[in-house]
Design a protein around this ligand. Structure first.
Ligand code: IPE
Ligand code: IPE
Ligand code: MG
Length: 251
């Protein structure tokens, strides 16, 4: 098994199951979204000691616009409150917040809070916390392609090799590829999350609903990850032969 130092991991989480968590308790779905905030706080706090340097959390997908307007509004309100309340703590923890996804459809008060938190935490070095809002992986790949296509010399970029390098740079230069992707809530799909960056990610699906997810679940997912053999298309490294086994085979 390949040994891992677990010191600079990029972990991505599809925080799913808020609605079911609430429904199971006879509560409105929004109560699940509210309860999910505590789980975000827990993973942000416990990520750095576990060797996580980049943490990408899926908070609102571009397809989530299909939900009732009242639920969408509540989710944005909850994210805004989270940023307002947590900004100082994030700064003290050395976390750098970055929101990924489209910004042109985000309501102005939330956008202001995002920009404020991003600039207040810009110097953070212990955790790069990325929150995906109005995010679509397909759209982010398409946007990178559009940027590439607008740049001369066009002939170079038309080559698949150059286009691939351009997209890889646009999507991963700052945060790297995903090492481990966790999805809570029991579903086993990616729902348009980080499709490029997860090319060689290890996947962990758990039935735990997001509001119940805690530091022991995070540690257990990392434990799973540590037992995986990552090959990246190659074959496992040959075991190192000891001197005695060399001598044995020579005899
Ligand atoms: C994830 O929980 C949060 C968002 C998508 C915003 P859901 O709201 O999808 O919860 P379930 O899947 O309906 O239980
Ligand atoms: C994915 O969950 C998006 C987030 C967790 C923010 P969904 O609940 O929207 O995904 P589907 O619809 O079950 O695929
Ligand atoms: Mg869901």
């Amino acid at each position: 098994m390949q040994s891992k130092s677990n010191s600079r991991l990029h972990v991505a989480i599809i925080m799913d199951g808020n609605g079911r968590w609430a429904t199971q308790r006879g509560l409105p779905r929004v109560a699940g979204h509210r309860a999910g905030v505590a789980a975000v706080r827990r993973v942000v706090e416990h990520a750095p000691p576990l060797g996580i340097r980049v943490l990408t959390l899926y908070a609102f997908s571009s397809d989530n616009w299909a939900r009732p307007a009242s639920e969408v509004q509540s989710i944005f309100w909850i994210i805004r409150a989270f940023l307002r309340l947590e900004c100082e703590r994030l700064r003290q923890q050395g976390a750098r917040l970055e929101v990924i996804g489209r910004r042109d459809r985000i309501p102005a008060p939330l956008l202001r809070e995002i920009e404020r938190t991003e600039s207040a935490t810009a110097a953070g070095r212990s955790l790069h916390l990325r929150i995906a809002i109005d995010y679509s992986a397909q759209m982010s790949i398409a946007a990178a392609v559009a940027t590439a296509a607008a740049q001369p010399p066009r002939e170079q970029l038309i080559s698949p090799d150059h286009m691939r390098a351009f997209i890889a740079h646009a999507l991963t230069a700052d945060s790297g590829n995903v090492d481990l992707l966790i999805r809570t809530g029991g579903e086993q799909r990616l729902s348009d999350f980080l499709l490029w960056e997860t090319a060689y990610a290890e996947l962990v699906f758990t039935h735990r609903m997001w509001p119940d997810f805690d530091e022991s679940d995070l540690a257990s997912a990392l434990g799973d990850f540590n037992h995986r053999e990552r090959r990246f298309g190659a074959i496992p490294a040959a075991p190192v032969q000891s001197e005695s086994s060399n001598t044995d085979s020579a005899q």
